[in-house]
Design a protein around this ligand. Structure first.
Ligand code: SAM
Length: 358
């Protein structure tokens, strides 16, 4: 039985299905869809994402908002702008908000983030609050939790520390990132992680180890996306990587879809978000994910004026539209796919409840 072989981490089966196409792929998708629908039915939870600052102290070799990209104009939204976004989220009845930014650990940034989380929780106590602002220390994470944050998303990027070291400068440490994830679990956050699929140098064994890492470490939610090249980064400037990426992008997107399908079979009751980067490969990329394995989507609420300044990768979709259009488009696409957008619910991970309360 395929399900059993995947759950047993049978190496041969995993390699075969990670690369599956056509009928073999449909068999996998069918299994993932069944697993997902058994827990979530056709329901899709919505989170309005506010990308509130592109100021970043890190220099990841793949990311367009890395500190070293001097072509990138920087911004940080003010409280009034955040409040306007929250008003929209409330009107749209999204159920949850995600605050995402580059990584900063200054006192100024910490005070700012604590303040907006506090305001959000006071003004909209029913709203789920997710933070995705990089590696932070234990005490600050504790303060954020006390101020009202419910969930934290911190992608490990790859479970292989050696591959991590090739994609990041030496000041950045895989172990430190992992410790931060463990701290988040200690603080009883709903903890999300993820990787990029289709990274230069990534092997099938790496992807299998990523899946194993996810299962072993009991994460509640996942934000996993395909790697997309950005020309103003060390990876994107390398002609060999440019050529490799162009040549393999379709194949890698296919592997990405298979990876998510296998993850869903392994962990039926976690939250899996459909990453925006999927729409670079296909205008219905995120919807594809929702039809196979995903149960969460994060429509952008970032004001139109800032969207072209939060470019992690090239050809980011929907940067010339506002929150209204993102809302209508996504809701229509979800319905057209025969799925059901759920309004006004936080959409917490069932895996989390089981992990915490047994
Ligand atoms: N600064 C926070 C952090 O490091 O977790 C959150 C923002 S960070 C830009 C969000 C995610 O974007 C990263 O975890 C990474 O996986 C993804 N990302 C960055 N560059 C990318 C690229 N070129 N292609 C696809 N995803 C990318």
């Amino acid at each position: 039985m395929l399900k059993r072989r995947l759950q047993n981490f049978d190496q041969k089966t995993l390699i075969r299905y990670l690369q599956a196409e056509d009928e073999l792929q449909q068999e996998l998708f069918q299994l993932a869809r069944q697993a997902k629908e058994k827990v979530f039915g056709k329901q899709i939870w919505l989170r309005g994402i506010i990308e509130f600052s592109n100021i970043c102290q890190n220099n990841c070799f793949y990311c367009g908002i890395r500190k070293g990209n001097q072509k990138q104009k920087r911004f940080q939204m003010n409280t009034k702008e955040i409040l306007d976004c929250l008003k929209f989220i409330d009107k749209a009845n999204y159920g949850s908000v995600v605050y995402q930014s580059g990584e900063a650990t200054t006192d100024y940034f910490k005070d700012y983030l604590l303040n907006i989380v506090g305001i959000t929780h006071k003004k909209y106590p029913q709203l789920g609050i997710t933070i995705s602002c990089g590696e932070q220390d234990f005490d600050f994470l504790k303060q954020l939790k006390q101020a009202g944050a419910d969930r934290y998303l911190l992608r490990i990027e790859t479970a292989n520390p050696k591959l991590y070291a090739k994609l990041h400068p030496k000041e950045m440490s895989w172990q430190k990132r992992f410790r931060c994830l463990k701290n988040l679990q200690k603080l009883n956050y709903q903890v999300g992680t993820g990787v990029m699929v289709g990274l230069p140098g990534q092997t099938m064994e790496d992807l299998i180890n990523d899946l194993k890492f996810f299962v072993d470490n009991k994460f509640d939610m996942f934000g996993i996306g395909p790697y997309v090249i950005h020309k103003d980064t060390p990876l994107g400037r390398d002609p060999k990587i440019q050529k490799w990426w162009q040549k393999n992008k379709e194949k890698n997107f296919n592997i990405f879809l298979n990876f998510l399908a296998i993850l869903r079979v392994l962990l039926p009751n976690v939250n899996i978000a459909a990453a925006t980067a999927c729409d670079v490969f296909n205008p219905l990329g995120r919807i594809k994910v929702l039809r196979i394995a995903g149960n969460v989507i994060m429509p952008s609420v970032t004001p139109k004026d800032y969207r072209d300044k939060y470019l992690l990768y090239e050809n980011k979709p929907n940067i010339d539209e506002g929150a209204d259009k993102s809302f209508t488009d996504i809701v229509n696409k979800i319905k057209q796919a025969g799925l059901e957008p759920i309004f006004g619910e936080q959409g917490n991970s069932p895996f989390y409840y089981k992990r915490i309360y047994g």
